[in-house]
Ligand binder design. Structure first.
Ligand SMILES: Cc1cc2nc3c(=O)[nH]c(=O)nc-3n(C[C@H](O)[C@H](O)[C@H](O)COP(=O)(O)OP(=O)(O)OC[C@H]3O[C@@H](n4cnc5c(N)ncnc54)[C@H](O)[C@@H]3O)c2cc1C
Length: 458
């Protein structure tokens, strides 16, 4: 398992919010494998790529019978609207990485004391994570593995009003009920209803809604547990607004976000058939179009939370692995076999499995889905590799034993890459737990790669 950081676990460590420790328990499965399997090697601090100190794909492939791409989605989608570079406009991915101690974003310094109102653009669970971190009482976060810089900045934060704004309506937003409920129940945090009435926004009598959507509607209408008058911070959901520009009179720091308002293309009532599954699908899929109206929301901070993005790895095409930039995935047959689309007389044709190449996770399906669905999907790919092997399917060309990591190790050393083993990671892990214990936290993550490596030298 090649990993560009000296530490394993990807988004389970650097994406999942610090106040969701139970979700991170999935890491125990890999821990068991690493401790008990004689044929598993963790090769950390080893980026697969074409830069200095990176391991090129073509150097790795000859040592293996199969390669499984599971490198996730390490970029985020941009809005491509004016003002995205203003101070105070942040990517949710960078903010999440920062509070979770991801080295890439250790220096983000979001200056949360620069104003009081934040707008989060997008209404998925990542948007709700960002909101929860901004409004949660600090004592709730102190015990978690949130980074020290984040705790420090949050303790000085003056942000007390967070507006989470989406392009569509309350029943189309991608958030899940669990995450919504969690925010509604946060102590000392109030929930402001949107400016429009719930009846107008939902557009259907509650008793006609399918069960899941009825529960969401009821939760939203009931609102937060803390009355606004008693709340020190508040959050709000805003609907039917598409961001048009980040605005600033000084052209320096964000002052407002301009929105184009949207409206439903068809009425929610008209798509109902009385069949709960069909109604659920139709209401979730309800489309919107620009209404011609504009609105402005005062904001000192804005978080862009409109999705993650996968990109091809350097050198992937040299070994015959394609990438679909439109879908942001490696083309595959849904079982995880990498498929090579080639041009036929009538356009792209799926020509067949690229021998020995497989994919799993977000780079296989696109950047959606929780850990449970990502794990299910990984098990499917693993099963298909085993099945292909048993059935004598063609794998990566080459005679006899490939040598695997034991043989490749010398090549990695020759290239001056300092790889990190599972035993090394366990030392970093122990040091993080030790530093955390001293502060009453689960762990204090080390946020610099050099410092992680120094722990190994010490
Ligand atoms: C902010 C956020 C919060 C989330 N919260 C939850 C939650 O509460 N509950 C839940 O169930 N799910 C949650 N998820 C979803 C969950 O994290 C994903 O389903 C899952 O982590 C995707 O797994 P993956 O293996 O595809 O990608 P990742 O977890 O991203 O793993 C990819 C790994 O590949 C490494 N890598 C990338 N490029 C290279 C390279 N060139 N060379 C070597 N290594 C490389 C990366 O460093 C990373 O470790 C959340 C996701 C996000 C973004």
């Amino acid at each position: 398992m090649f990993e560009h950081l000296p530490v394993p676990y990807g988004l389970a460590r650097y994406g999942v919010a610090p106040d969701h420790p139970e979700v991170k328990k999935c890491t125990e499965t890999l821990e068991d494998v690493a401790r008990t399997s004689s044929c598993f090697n963790f090769v950390g601090n080893t980026q697969i790529g074409s830069g200095d100190n990176e391991l090129p794909m073509h150097a790795l492939v000859p040592y293996f019978d199969a390669v499984l791409f599971a490198y996730g989605a390490s970029k985020d989608k941009k809005l491509a609207i004016p003002g995205e570079k203003l101070k105070g406009v942040l990517s949710a991915r960078a903010f999440v990485g920062w509070y979770n101690g991801l080295p890439e974003h250790a220096d983000l310094d979001p200056d949360l004391a620069a104003g009081d109102t934040a707008v989060v653009i997008g209404q998925g669970n990542v948007a709700l994570d960002v909101t929860r971190i901004l409004v949660s009482p600090l004592e709730e976060l102190r015990k978690t593995d949130i980074s020290e810089q984040a705790l420090d900045a949050l303790s000085r934060s003056t942000v007390n009003d967070v507006k989470v704004i989406g392009r569509r309506g309350p029943l189309q937003a991608p958030y899940t009920i669990r995450e919504l409920r969690e925010l509604m129940h946060l102590p000392g945090v109030g929930f402001k209803s949107p400016p429009e009435s719930w009846d107008d926004l939902i557009g259907v009598e509650r008793k006609r809604l399918p069960r899941q959507l009825k529960r969401i509607a009821e939760l939203l209408e009931k609102g937060g547990q803390t009355p606004l008058e008693a709340a020190s911070k508040a959050w709000q959901l805003g609907y039917l607004r598409s961001p048009a520009a980040f605005l600033s009179a000084s052209n320096d720091r964000l002052e407002a976000v301009g929105f184009e308002q949207t409206e439903y293309v068809e009425s929610a009532q008209d798509v109902l058939t009385g069949n709960p599954q069909e109604d659920l699908n139709a209401l979730r899929a309800l489309r919107v179009q620009p209404s011609g109206k504009k609105s402005l929301v005062h904001a000192t901070h804005a978080f862009r939370s409109v999705g993650y993005l996968s990109e091809p790895l350097a050198g992937m095409s040299d070994i015959g692995v394609p990438f679909d930039r439109k879908l942001g995935i490696i083309p595959n047959d849904r079982w995880g076999r990498v498929m090579n689309p080639t041009e036929g007389p009538a356009g792209p044709l799926t020509a067949g499995h690229v021998p020995g190449m497989y994919c799993a996770g977000w780079v296989k399906r696109g950047p959606t889905g929780v850990i449970a669905s990502t794990m299910d999907d990984a098990f499917i790919t693993a099963d298909i590799i085993a099945k292909d092997w048993e059935e004598g399917t063609k794998f990566i060309e080459g005679d006899g034993e490939k040598g695997g990591w034991d043989a490749l190790k010398h090549e990695v050393e020759r290239r001056g890459i300092r790889s990190v083993s599972w035993a090394d990671w366990e030392k970093i892990d122990a040091e993080e737990r030790r530093r955390g214990e001293a502060k009453g936290k689960v762990r204090e993550k080390i946020t610099r790669v050099n410092e992680m490596l120094r722990v190994l030298d010490g």
